[in-house]
Design a protein around this ligand. Sequence first.
Ligand code: 2AM
Length: 222
Amino acid sequence: GPLEEVSLPLYFGWFLLSSIQDKIKCTSMDFLKTLDTLEAFKKHLIDFSGKAEEVDLEQYFQPTGILHCTTKFCNYGKAEGAKEYAEKQAVKDFYGSIFDLSLSALFVTPRTFGARVSLTEEQLQLWPADADAEKQAESVPAAASMPLGSRAHVTLGCAENVEPVQTGVDLLEILTLQQEGQQGEQVEEMELGTLTYYGTGKWLLNLREPISAPACFSSFYG
Ligand code: 2AM
């Protein structure tokens, strides 16, 4: 098939359809705007600016292009397990299919802004089985013991000089704190859901109503 004839892509993933991209961009910008004005956020500004100075979060995070949830970063075949992933039956079967992704939380750190994706059993068939996506986040030691697919996310923005790969690392850090029993500090009931602070600039908004996002499973060559 066509997947074998050309070299492997930069990555495989779910690409959000354009109608929902606009909706998510609006919702996420509204969230940043609100977060910026909260006293609780201002109290911890030092995490973001190194000084207690105001930050404009909408400027702080640069958009990173088409919204997607990476399943496997292949780096044109140079990444470990890339070929095996491309040859998985589920990858071939579902290539080009539309899925409904459930965006269950928004999170903000001094480095990244993202949305957590809660995968269904069917969607997990497209997640690298050996959890190497998790292993790639070597800077989070406890990540190995997290349930498969914990890292699934959509990057919504990155701080200056931060690579998008950091978003998954940041999410795993927050989930690891949760798993270790850290409750965090519930700071606010917002219209969208409950906002919790996990220390050192880590904020998580659990969405009351998950956002359902139609997305096409495909790949990106760049
Ligand atoms: P992201 O999934 O957090 O957005 C191209 O760089 C895409 O591949 C981005 O979407 C990026 O991060 C993802 N990516 C880059 N390097 C990666 C890695 N080592 N592991 C997993 N995903 C990676």
